[in-house]
Design a binder for this molecule. Structure first.
Ligand code: TRP
Length: 334
């Protein structure tokens, strides 16, 4: 707890181009949580180097992501928005926690197996211990809740196991974090294959709407979205393409699926796809303008980076000192 509020931690990687799925599924919901929770939102650049990165690109993308957090409506006075690499406690706690994590546990992580298969030429130890760093992120701030997608649930379970193991040995050191599962309809699927999540690493660029796509590209991608040949306007699992478009439309407009079905029941898919395109443009266009405005204000963004890194460090050090003492590290002489 910080100031009587529960603590929330989440992070995103600045690799790849963020998609509408990242925005509607995660970022947009984060904004609504900042009153209820004391929020830490990290740009997890230390995780990014588990896959080889071009340094200049990583630096640029990390800043763009941090700027996007603010553009999306996260007030940096209320939310701690910072780079993971600016708080050395992440690495320090990660080392300690790695001594309380079993090889067998890490071997079971499905994301490691997937990534190792995808990057067979660079299966480094960091890729293997990635979930330990993630546990350190969360436990360092004594987070109560962690909004994560289903693909990160296994890592969160491991985090809980590590925390419980540590507490079992040393007493109540860590808060045991819970997953925060967002509202329904927030999971956005590929426009070209609605059985797959809309992903920043999709090889088919038409499957994803990128947050920085221009209006015409957005309209075109929506128009080309895969639907079905049933020709009936329903919100049903048998029509996954249409289902996904309705979800997107609802997320952008705040309408319910029932309302959308009655609104469009007499019209063809084509007409609805156009409406989806306009709805997405009406969300992304202002977001892009806000990003462009913020990017011009270099000193403001710099001050957010500096102040929030200090704030994050303050809380991180509190936990870290406690942990170091528990495991038997000698006290520093001041
Ligand atoms: N691994 C997460 C992902 O790829 C990002 C992440 C890193 C994270 N540390 C975290 C998410 C801590 C939640 C909490 O999506």
């Amino acid at each position: 707890m910080i100031d009587n509020k529960k603590v929330l931690f989440s992070g995103m990687q600045a690799t790849g181009n963020l998609t509408l799925g990242n925005y509607l599924g995660a970022l947009k919901n984060w904004v609504s949580l900042s009153d209820e929770y004391e929020c830490f939102y990290s740009v997890v650049d230390m995780h990014s180097i588990t896959i080889r990165q071009d340094p200049a690109t990583l630096r640029k993308r990390a800043r763009a992501l941090l700027t996007l957090y603010i553009a999306a409506g996260l007030d940096p006075e209320k939310n701690c928005i910072y780079y993971q690499s600016h708080v050395s406690g992440h690495a320090e706690l990660s080392w300690i926690l790695s001594c309380f994590t079993y090889m067998g546990e890490l071997n079971r992580m499905t994301q490691f197996k997937d990534k190792a298969a995808k990057h067979a030429d660079n299966i480094n130890a960091g890729l293997f211990t990635y979930p330990v760093l993630m546990a350190a992120d969360i436990l360092l701030y004594q987070a109560d809740v962690v909004p994560v997608g289903i693909d990160q649930m296994q890592h969160l379970e491991l985090t809980r196991d590590i925390a419980q193991r540590f507490n079992g040995i040393y007493g109540d050191v860590f808060t045991i974090p819970e997953a925060y599962i967002g509202k329904v309809g927030a999971k956005i699927m590929s426009l070209q294959d609605p059985s797959k999540k809309m992903s920043k690493s999709d090889e088919n660029p038409n499957g994803s709407i990128y947050l920085m796509d221009d209006p015409d590209t957005i309209r075109r991608k929506c128009k080309r979205a895969v639907t079905d040949s049933l020709g009936e306007f329903r919100y049903s699992d048998e029509q996954p393409g249409l289902h996904n478009l309705i979800d997107i439309y609802c997320s952008c407009t705040g309408k319910t699926p029932d309302e959308v079905v009655s609104e469009f029941s007499g019209s063809g898919y084509g007409q609805f796809k156009e409406a989806v395109g306009e709805a997405v443009v009406s969300i992304l266009d202002p977001l892009q303008k806000r990003v462009a405005e913020l990017e011009k204000d270099k000193s403001y963004i710099d001050s957010v980076i500096k102040n929030n890194a200090e704030k994050a460090n303050y809380y991180a050090q509190k936990t870290l000192r406690k942990v170091q003492k528990k495991v038997g590290f000698p006290e520093k002489i001041r």
